[in-house]
Design a protein. Structure first.
Length: 152
């Protein structure tokens, strides 16, 4: 029964809206916070070295404080911020889809829990109709009125 709620498109839109509004509120009140997110859906630019990337668990916690908090902003459906990783503080621009944020945390306490699991349906590319042009021409020529458009 819970799956009917968590996999629902409207529920996901509501959760995304709540996540965005809460993050904006924290930006406005200058409240540092952490996000627990599905790291497989997070992108890094430039990509992180494999030695750092391999250390991430499926759910990873990022704390937005200091410089990371100052650079953070909402861009469309993403929370974007700059962060340094590893012993050498490798810099990268981190883009986190809002719906991949599972929790928003302050002082080790979750203030928002996202249970939405809805995913946009991927549209399969239409297959090219091998006979489409031929069928279209046959249809066109089957109407005697169209003969006036054919050059002789």
């Amino acid at each position: 029964m819970l799956e009917h709620v968590t996999e629902n498109k409207n529920f996901a839109a509501l959760m995304k809206s709540n996540i965005e509004k809460l993050i904006i509120h924290f930006f406005q009140t200058e409240q540092n916070f952490g996000i627990l997110c599905r790291v497989a859906e997070v992108s890094f630019d430039p990509p992180l070295p494999e030695s750092i990337n391999s250390e991430f668990r499926p759910f990873t916690l990022f704390f937005l404080a200091g410089y990371t908090f100052e650079t953070a902003e909402i861009q469309g459906d993403y929370l974007v911020f700059e962060a340094g990783f590893g012993a050498d503080n490798f810099g990268s621009l981190v883009s986190v889809p809002l719906l991949s944020i599972m929790q928003i945390i302050i002082d080790e306490t979750p203030v928002l829990i996202n249970l939405a699991t809805y995913k946009k349906e991927k549209k399969e590319p239409k297959k090219k109709d091998e006979n489409g042009m031929e069928n279209s021409m046959k249809s066109f020529l089957s109407n005697p009125e169209n003969s006036k458009f054919i050059k002789k």
